[in-house]
Design a protein around this ligand. Structure first.
Ligand SMILES: Nc1nc2c(ncn2[C@@H]2O[C@H](COP(=O)(O)OP(=O)(O)OP(=O)(O)O)[C@@H](O)[C@H]2O)c(=O)[nH]1
Ligand SMILES: [Zn+2]
Length: 195
């Protein structure tokens, strides 16, 4: 189970959230007593609760018994998160890679780790770093590379209103940062044009 403190998700108080959502929607002019919208505050809370509730999972690792020492990369892992400034979604893909030493991880766990890290109020920079830090702590790999591409709806739908923009963040650690050959291998494996 994911249990390091940086990954803990605060418990949700759904009842208080429902009361607050009713107030919030009334203040925005919605009639929350009308038949069609009487359940809207509860639905809104359920929707946010779903977006903020990562599925628990076990970060299963195996001995690296073939002494595999090139990059393991899973790319284009889809995710959605909530920007902590506006509580609007940002969504995109994460490319996650590591160079193993003694341990390898079940491949699906890289996708589950992305989901786990994304389903909380976030900024993209922290999301990217947290994925990389978790891999470093759990696998003691020689290197880690994480590249996240995302559309921020707070920027594309409102505010600056810039549809089509994509934000790219990277976290390169260990050999993926320091060795040109591995860095290039990572950047080549994650090139968006190859999808
Ligand atoms: N660095 C970073 N900024 C983000 C992220 N998500 C949203 N933001 C930005 O957070 C900032 C909040 O800025 P404010 O000026 O306080 O908010 P605002 O008045 O709504 O700003 P506008 O979005 O420009 O209208 C905005 O520039 C957002 O684009 C993120 O993941 N990382
Ligand atoms: Zn935002």
């Amino acid at each position: 189970m994911i249990n390091d403190p940086g990954m803990t998700v605060a418990p949700l108080d759904l009842e208080s959230a429902r009361d607050a959502a009713t107030q919030f929607l009334k203040a925005l002019g919605m009639d929350t007593d009308a038949p069609a919208t009487v359940d809207t505050p509860a639905r809104m809370v359920a929707a946010y609760a779903e977006l903020l509730s990562p599925r628990p999972f076990v970060f299963t690792t195996f001995p690296n018994d073939s002494a595999y020492d090139h990059l393991v990369a899973v790319r284009a892992i889809p995710f959605h998160s909530l920007c902590e400034h506006h509580m609007l979604p940002f969504r995109g893909t994460a490319d996650v890679a590591y160079q193993p030493t003694d341990k390898i991880v079940g491949l699906s766990k890289l996708a589950r780790l992305v989901e786990h890290t994304a389903k909380r109020p976030q900024v993209q920079e922290r999301l990217t770093r947290q994925i990389a830090t978790h891999l470093t702590e759990q696998l003691a790999p020689a290197g880690v590379g994480v590249l996240v591409r995302a559309e921020h709806l707070c920027m594309t739908l409102r505010g600056a209103q810039t549809p089509g923009t994509e934000t790219i963040t990277t976290a390169l650690l260990g050999t993926v940062r320091s060795e040109a050959a591995l860095r290039n291998e990572f950047l080549h494996a994650t090139r968006s044009g190859d999808r």
